[in-house]
Structures are given as structure tokens and as C-alpha cells.
Design a protein around this ligand. Structure first.
Ligand SMILES: O=P(O)(O)OC[C@H]1O[C@H](O)[C@H](O)[C@@H](O)[C@@H]1O
Length: 430
């Protein structure tokens, strides 16, 4: 992975080479803290050890009884869905097994999905670290009933990834379902390179070993200097820019297969760094599509943004046919990929020309190694940002507040948070 921060220097907001030097000293100190956390397998820091601790053979063995299904339906939410979805989307061209995700409780969408799936040839991959998340368990109950109604034995087609206890663990034990354990000390949003993120890919027959190898490459690149470590440099530059007013980070991959990556990144960045009145809001964008929409704001709106442009160096291309249509002949002879690359360079230049900070991240290709490297690097960048900002990167109290309120409203227990719903101020206009 290569990071180019040239366009984060000198603009407004922007960093100087002196600020980088200063940040580099702080990166060295933060790196030592992170290394200590990793050595002690401390909560959260343990995530950065996953390339060494995840057992891909065990994942392969656990999913082996399911053979090659037509589809895998992952039921999870947040960190229990987005990592798997990102890996599956990135590698979708390498499998015939379709991946679907139920990570919301929209009844219409759920009904449509269940109607479209070949339930008798679908493996249901239920994932929940806590084993208690209302959305995930409700969706699973709905899927289970749909299988019953279709005359399918759901116990033969359900795979579970969860902790040692909780409702989902009880269910797996009661029905003797094949299952895997979530890793210890790894928050959901940092668990892509683990049983949580890899079971779905394994069920699809994808190269999970390659994903882990890519993550290992990014792990080996961690060092006490931002000048030698793209992941830490990204975290430090984002932090430095946020301190200078870049309060939004638009994550803009130039590959459809990385669209989910931007969504995964949004959870990682927001849930980890949005604390104590600080943080940097992740915005999801997609090149070249958003060049024709959001770019106007990024180039001419408030100077409160960083744009992160991500692209693979290699991709399969499709030739654009020669044409004698007036004004279009310049397109003939190049490929759609050439056009996408030109659009990438144009966006980068258009932002830079206005002194708008942007950073370029390049991976070799959107393949197993490339996605593993990218996921790990962004996790390490998040941890570095959290250290520099002095945040408790691995907690999510604000999200849990909402979880308790919703549970209380549904009669799932007495929660003060649910009572606060009645305090909502109303001022309606019709
Ligand atoms: O894996 P689960 O326990 O079901 O949790 C799923 C999600 O729930 C919460 O919203 C947490 O804030 C997320 O970080 C987590 O990924």
C-alpha cells in the first residue's frame, strides 16, 4: 500500500513539513503504547494482532460441512456485518456463491430478500459478538421462520459466530449448530480479519488466507515513524488536519467493489473517534460517480474537509469502442479503467488547485491481499488517531445508549434511556 500525502501539505486546512516532524515524534510515543497494548493483548489493541492469531484452517474446517451453497445470507449489524460485506464485495468476481446481508430491520427489504433467495440452498451466517443485539436476533427469527415455512430444516443450514455466552450461544448449543467464537479483546468494528469477517468469505470459497496475508503485510509495515508506516501516517495526517479544522473525511474509493469499504470505514472512524466533543465525520463517496455530485461541495464549500482517494493500481479493463461520433473520437482506443484513472487524477488535481487537502491511497489490486492490507491499515490508522487525540478508541457508549433506549421501548427491560424518549421536544408543522 502506498500513501501520498503531498496534497495534505500547504493547503488550507493543511499541514507543514514542520508539523509532520512534530507529529512524527508523537507517533513514535504512540507506537510504543500500541506495541505494549498488543504485547499484553489488551482490549482493542489485540485487534492489531489478528493476522497472527486468526486460525484460517479452523474457519475452513468449521464451514466445510456446508459445501458450496448457492448463497450465503449473513445476519448481523455494524461490526458483525460490515467487515464481511466489504471482503465479499471486494472479491465478488472470484466466486459464484452470492453473498447477501441482513443488517437492517426494514420489513419490506427483508421480505423482498427472503422471497428472492433459494432458501433450500442458502447458508445463514448469524454473527453477533454479544449474542444479544435485537436487530440481529429479530432478523434471524424471521429468517428461521421463513425456512420453516419453505420446508427447509434451518438447523442444517445455519452457522453461528458469537461469544461464549448470550442468547445466540445458547441457541447454537441447543441446536448443535456449527459455530465459531469471536476473538477475545477485539471490538466488532476491528474484527474484519477474524472469524467475524472471514466466515462469510470462507463459505463463499474465497481466499481468506490471502486476506490475512495482506493484513500481515500492513502489520509488518507498522513502525515508530510515520515516514515508514503508511497506516500510521494516514492516522496522524487525518488527526493533524482535523486539529486544523478538517472535521469531515470523505472516503472516496475509485472502484465499485470498494463501495462497501467506505461504509465499513465510516463505522470504524465514527464509533472509534467520535468522543469527548472531538472526531472527524466520515462521509461516504464513490469515484467517479460522486465527482458529478459531492465534488462541488468538497472543492468550493467550507474548508472543513479532507478527501481520501483510494484506488487499485491494476484492474481489468474494458476497451471503449472507436467511434466517429463527432466530439467523442478521443474516447475510442482507451479503456473504461483509463477513464476512471483520468477522473481520479482530475479530482485530485481539482482539489489541490484550490488548496483543499486530499490524500491518495493506492493498493496493488482489489484482490484478497489488497483488501486485507487496506482493512488492517485503516484499523491501525484509527488506533493511531485515537492515541494522538487521547481518546478511548475501543468504546462506544453513545451507541450503547441508543441500544438500551430501543430495548426499553420494546419492553426488553427497565432502562432509564427509554424514559428519556418521553422528554423529546415536539414542534410539528403540517
Ligand atoms: O456483534 P454485536 O454484539 O451484535 O454488535 C453489533 C454492533 O452493535 C453495536 O451497535 C455496537 O456499537 C457496534 O460496534 C457493534 O458492531
Amino acid at each position: 500500500m502506498e500513501l501520498d500525502i503531498g496534497n495534505a501539505l500547504g493547503g488550507s486546512p493543511g499541514l507543514t513539513e514542520d508539523t509532520l516532524e512534530h507529529l512524527d515524534e508523537r507517533v513514535g510515543i504512540a507506537h510504543e503504547r500500541i506495541e505494549q497494548g498488543r504485547a499484553d493483548d489488551e482490549h482493542g489493541y489485540a485487534a492489531l494482532n489478528l493476522p497472527e492469531t486468526v486460525d484460517t484452517d479452523a474457519i475452513r474446517a468449521a464451514v466445510e460441512p456446508f459445501g458450496t451453497p448457492a448463497a450465503v445470507l449473513t445476519v448481523g449489524i455494524g461490526g458483525s456485518a460490515l467487515g464481511a460485506a466489504t471482503i465479499s464485495a471486494a472479491l465478488a468476481d472470484q466466486t459464484d456463491v452470492e453473498a447477501h446481508f441482513l443488517d437492517n430491520v426494514d420489513p419490506e427489504d427483508t421480505a423482498e430478500l427472503l422471497d428472492s433467495l433459494p432458501l433450500d440452498d442458502t447458508v445463514v451466517n448469524v454473527v453477533s459478538r454479544s449474542g444479544t443485539t435485537a436487530e440481529t436476533l429479530s432478523n434471524f427469527l424471521v429468517v428461521r421462520e421463513a425456512m420453516d415455512d419453505a420446508g427447509v430444516d434451518w438447523t442444517e443450514q445455519t452457522f453461528v459466530t458469537t461469544g461464549d455466552d448470550g442468547n445466540l450461544r445458547n441457541l447454537a448449543d441447543t441446536h448443535d449448530l456449527p459455530s465459531l467464537k469471536v476473538p477475545e479483546g477485539v471490538p466488532g468494528r476491528f474484527s474484519a480479519i477474524s472469524t467475524v469477517g472471514l466466515a462469510c468469505a470462507a463459505l463463499q470459497g474465497l481466499d481468506i488466507e490471502g486476506v490475512v496475508a495482506g493484513a500481515q503485510t500492513a502489520m509488518d509495515d507498522l513502525s515508530g515513524s510515520l515516514y515508514d508506516s503508511p497506516a500510521y501516517a494516514y492516522g496522524a495526517v487525518c488527526y493533524g488536519l482535523a486539529e486544523r479544522g478538517a472535521l469531515t473525511n470523505a472516503m472516496m474509493p475509485y472502484a465499485e467493489s470498494l463501495e462497501y469499504f467506505a461504509e465499513w470505514f465510516a463505522q470504524l472512524w465514527a464509533e472509534s473517534l467520535g468522543k469527548e466533543q472531538v472526531g472527524q465525520t466520515p462521509a461516504r463517496a464513490l469515484g467517479a460517480t460522486d465527482q458529478h455530485s459531492q465534488l462541488q461541495l468538497y472543492r468550493a464549500g467550507p474548508r472543513d474537509k479532507l478527501v481520501t482517494l483510494v484506488r487499485p493500481r491494476e484492474r481489468e479493463d474494458i476497451d471503449i469502442p472507436e467511434t466517429d461520433l463527432e466530439g467523442l473520437s478521443y474516447l475510442g482506443g482507451s479503456g473504461l479503467g483509463d477513464l476512471l484513472d483520468a477522473e481520479f487524477e482530475a479530482t485530485e488535481a481539482s482539489l489541490a488547485a484550490e488548496g483543499r487537502p486530499n490524500v491518495r491511497i493506492e493498493i496493488d489490486a482489489v484482490d484478497a491481499e489488497g483488501i486485507g492490507e487496506l482493512l488492517y491499515a485503516m484499523e491501525a490508522a484509527t488506533v493511531m488517531y485515537g492515541e494522538l487525540a487521547g481518546l478511548s478508541t475501543f468504546t462506544q457508549p453513545a451507541v450503547e445508549w441508543g441500544k438500551k433506549a430501543a430495548r426499553g421501548l420494546l419492553g426488553g427491560g427497565d432502562f432509564a434511556e427509554a424514559e428519556a424518549v418521553a422528554d423529546k421536544r415536539t414542534f410539528t408543522i403540517e
